[in-house]
Design a protein around this ligand. Structure first.
Ligand code: MSP
Length: 524
């Protein structure tokens, strides 16, 4: 049986204004999912939407629609966007799906029956747009610390989850499994900022919010935010339903990929819920950084007044989804924050995709066409120091790519892959195939050189496929490589000699940066 791999994004708040920032978590998960599929694993990749709460009701009312009607339109848009961006999820969960609502009710009841949920009364400062309660000390100048807006003091009957009972077990978890929460800096943040100062019990029901899942045994309460949202990772697999075969197969998750602002809920609340339910914990939680636009996160509840065009619906059709996602993998150091700028995107498009990769492929293909009628030459044993050096660098970068992907590090992986393409270009300059072609008896050497280049392109494109699936697949198809899994990455014998290369158009046409910048600014 194939090794399983279960990866999730957070469930997104529905919006029809997704930016590149919102798409980031899905881009990362998509590369990891594709990479693991290519490794031959049985991958299950989950994404979806978080659809309950007061904000949705308010927005639906403004739009003059019922919640369901309002949501259905937005979810259709979100799915269209994910398809435009070539996101290869296996399941899309909506928290308004019937099976999810039923399972969440069961989970809530179970936690209540086990004594982990009790009735009390909630007093606190509430931010309506963020749907968050804050304590006095968390407010910043009396306002919501997340969005800076006014908060209201509220008191109401509510159920609470006994989060405070889990402090010791959580600290032990981080100690026993040092790679549970990554990057490591986030562990200190959890322990020092939240656990050590004392965990408060978590308010998990509301009587004033109607758009939510009712508590089974006390239906004037609706289940509040995190107890509804977090369990999506197991309800999507059928936990709490009649058919829980997917749950049995895929749980525990290999990784929950999330943005850093929701690490607290995933690394504290979620393990506590699972411990209370006596279920296994996910293997890894990874809190990635933010994409900053002109110094701001451009979150959903804030309008940063960004002048750049950050709409993936414009960028992806114009430059290809491959280019957009590659830029983010490469430019935002994985695990940290990083800046997006249109100029940096266009510059990297030209330098990496058009020049480095694109040119390498087109130069090599034209030489094979010119000197060998476009037919793949046979492989030869490598004795020349330049050939051996190329092979050694390819080998080391294949290894580096796999090591990086063990840690989900899409930045290090794409860097290693581009080291391969860079080295191949350097090799061309060194060995000068056009000069060899003119030498008497140079044919044998020329065959070896072009074969080495084609093999390097093959290996690099195999590795690059999870990160730029469309362009890399075109190249692999042109090389007559059919398999879906990584093959022959450790040798220069992966191509069948004697087969003709297929025609390949220009992969990434070079851009006029100034012209693009001007045109894009009118679309921002
Ligand atoms: N609904 C909650 C998650 C519940 S999970 C049980 C939520 N949704 S969200 O729509 O606000 O965020 C979804 C993902 O988008 C998060 O991982 C978040 O970090 C990511 N991003 C949204 N804007 C971002 C940037 N500017 N940069 C990087 N990622 C950010 O939170």
């Amino acid at each position: 049986m194939k090794e399983k791999f279960y990866i999730t994004t957070p469930i997104y708040y529905p919006s029809n204004k997704f930016t590149l920032g919102n798409a980031y978590t899905n881009f990362i998960c998509d590369a990891i999912a594709r990479f693991n599929r290519k490794m031959g694993k049985d991958v299950f990749y989950l994404t979806g939407t978080d659809e309950h709460g007061q904000k949705i009701s308010q927005a639906a009312a403004v739009a003059g629609k019922s919640e369901k009607e309002y949501l259905d339109g937005m979810i259709a848009d979100a799915k269209e966007l994910w398809s435009l961006l070539n996101i290869s999820y296996d399941k899309f969960i909506r928290t308004t799906d019937d099976y999810h609502e039923k399972a969440v009710q069961k989970i809530f009841t179970q936690l209540y029956e086990k004594g982990y949920i009790y009735k009390g009364s909630y007093k606190g400062w509430y931010c309506t747009p963020c749907e968050s309660f804050w304590t006095e000390s968390q407010l910043v100048n009396g306002k919501c610390p997340d969005c800076g807006r006014d908060v209201m003091f509220q008191e109401e009957e509510a159920y609470f989850f006994k989060l405070s009972a889990f402090a010791d077990r959580l600290i032990k978890l981080y100690e026993d499994q040092p790679d549970f929460l990554q990057p490591k800096s986030r562990v200190n943040e959890m322990v020092n900022n939240f656990i050590k100062p004392g965990l408060s019990d978590l308010c998990v029901s509301r009587t004033s919010v109607k758009w939510g899942v009712p508590v089974e045994f006390d239906p004037k309460h609706t289940i509040y935010v995190w107890i509804d949202a977090l369990p999506n990772y197991i309800t999507a697999l059928g936990y709490g339903s009649e058919d829980d075969s997917l749950f049995k197969r895929y749980w525990p998750a290999d990784v929950h990929m999330i943005g850093k602002e929701i690490v607290r809920f995933h690394a504290i609340v979620w393990p506590a819920i699972l411990m209370a339910l006596e279920l296994p914990l996910p293997k890894h939680i990874f809190g990635h950084g933010w994409i900053m636009f002109g110094g701001d996160k451009l979150s959903k509840s804030k309008d940063a007044g960004v002048k750049e065009c950050v709409d993936p619906r414009i960028l992806a059709p114009r430059y290809s989804s491959d280019a957009v996602r590659y830029f983010l993998y490469r430019e935002i150091p994985f695990g940290s924050d990083g800046n997006y700028s249109t100029e940096a995107f266009l510059t990297r498009f030209n330098a990496d995709l058009s020049n480095n990769y694109g040119n390498l492929v087109s130069r090599t293909f034209s030489m094979v066409k010119k000197y060998f009628d476009g037919v793949i030459p046979e492989s030869n044993s490598l004795t020349d120091p330049d050939d051996l050096n190329l092979k050694e660098i390819v080998d080391s970068q294949v290894k580096a790519t796999f090591e990086a992907m063990e840690k989900f590090d899409v930045t290090k992986a794409t860097t290693a892959i581009f080291n391969i393409f860079t080295e191949a270009n350097t090799y061309i300059q060194k060995v000068q195939p056009w000069a060899v072609a003119k030498q008497e008896g140079g044919q044998t050497r020329l065959k070896t050189i072009l074969r080495n280049l084609l093999e390097t392109i093959r290996i690099g494109s195999e590795l690059f496929e999870p990160f730029a699936p469309i362009a890399s697949r075109k190249v692999l198809d042109a090389l007559n490589i059919e398999g879906n899994e990584f093959a022959n990455l450790d040798n220069f014998n992966g191509l069948k000699a004697g087969q003709p290369l297929k025609d390949l158009g220009i992969l990434f046409p070079r851009l006029d940066v100034q012209k693009e910048l001007e045109e894009l600014s009118t679309l921002a």
